[in-house]
Design a protein around this ligand. Structure first.
Ligand SMILES: [Zn+2]
Length: 284
């Protein structure tokens, strides 16, 4: 299992290495010499200690080709759960979308906001939803969710304890009510990678097929506007709390319902003041 060590005792569990293992799973060796424990992929000469590909040459850490070879030789098994978690982490989630295009900010969208019990993205314990039509919130709601963990380490942030949600439905039981806000819609979030990670990881946990939707990031839009003169120019930070305060929007921070409504109002401010700004729309 640990013979894949070109640099002794390198961890195969870091984010970057886990991503390489995920890519290795989709690779095919062109040739494997089982006796010599070497092989070739796309003209790269691969051994358990080195590879001629640019990635290994640059970083001197196991590349996807070396992981593939080790898998073929039966001496390395990726920790599928950890690999999946890495692939779904915010660092990668936007890259998993099929298309990204720069477009005018939509007038109709649904803001989603999740609170989580702990650092696992599928530990969602509250979802807030704000439905926007023609730049106004026409409906907002939230659901308390019983997460698949009793371990609550973010209670100090949002005030929700396991006791508060232990009798709430699990996400799969709520999905029928939530689906219409997401499937086929344009969703938006304040720091989209986080909420998308929650959504996609939760879909995976409950084996809910991920519906088609479009998505954009309100925080990214706020950051785009920070160079223009105005209330959002060069703030120390661009957390929803800071931005809401600056725009004098009433906000109960880290209540998913309030976060969703406030994020929508922040977008209205942007759309009113910077009507020509475009946003990146992700589609799966
Ligand atoms: Zn390589």
């Amino acid at each position: 299992m640990n013979s894949l060590v070109p640099l002794k005792k390198i961890s195969h569990r870091g984010h970057e290495q886990l991503i390489r293992q995920s890519r290795a799973m989709d690779l095919k060796m062109d040739h494997v010499d089982f006796a010599a424990q070497t092989g070739t992929i796309k003209n790269y000469a691969v051994t358990l200690e080195s590879c001629t590909c640019p990635d290994f040459q640059r970083r001197q850490r196991p590349c996807k080709h070396m992981y593939r070879l080790a898998m073929e030789l039966g001496i390395f098994t990726a920790d599928t759960e950890k690999v999946t978690a890495a692939v779904l982490s915010p660092k990668n989630i936007l890259h998993t979308f099929k298309s990204r295009t720069s477009e005018p900010v939509p007038k109709n969208f649904v803001v989603i906001d999740f609170e989580t019990a702990n650092n696992f993205f599928d530990s969602v314990c509250q979802i807030g939803l704000a439905v926007v039509e023609n730049n106004s919130v026409i409906y907002a709601t939230d659901f308390m969710i019983r997460p698949p963990y009793e371990d609550f380490i973010h209670t100090n942030i949002h005030g929700i304890t396991f006791n508060d949600v232990k009798n709430s439905p699990t996400f799969d039981a709520l999905w029928q009510q939530i689906e219409k806000f997401i499937a086929g819609q344009t969703i938006a979030a304040y720091h989209l990678p986080f909420d998308l990670s929650c959504l996609v990881t939760t879909f995976a946990r409950y084996k809910i097929p991920c519906p088609k939707f479009a998505a954009f990031d309100i925080l990214a839009n706020v950051r785009e506007c920070r160079y223009y003169p105005g209330k959002l120019e060069e703030l120390d930070d661009y957390s929803l709390v800071t931005v809401a305060k600056k725009l004098r929007i009433k906000h109960v921070a880290h209540d998913a319902l309030s976060d969703a409504v406030v994020a929508a109002k922040v977008q209205f401010y942007l759309s009113n003041h910077f009507p020509k700004e475009q946003t990146t729309i992700y589609r799966n």
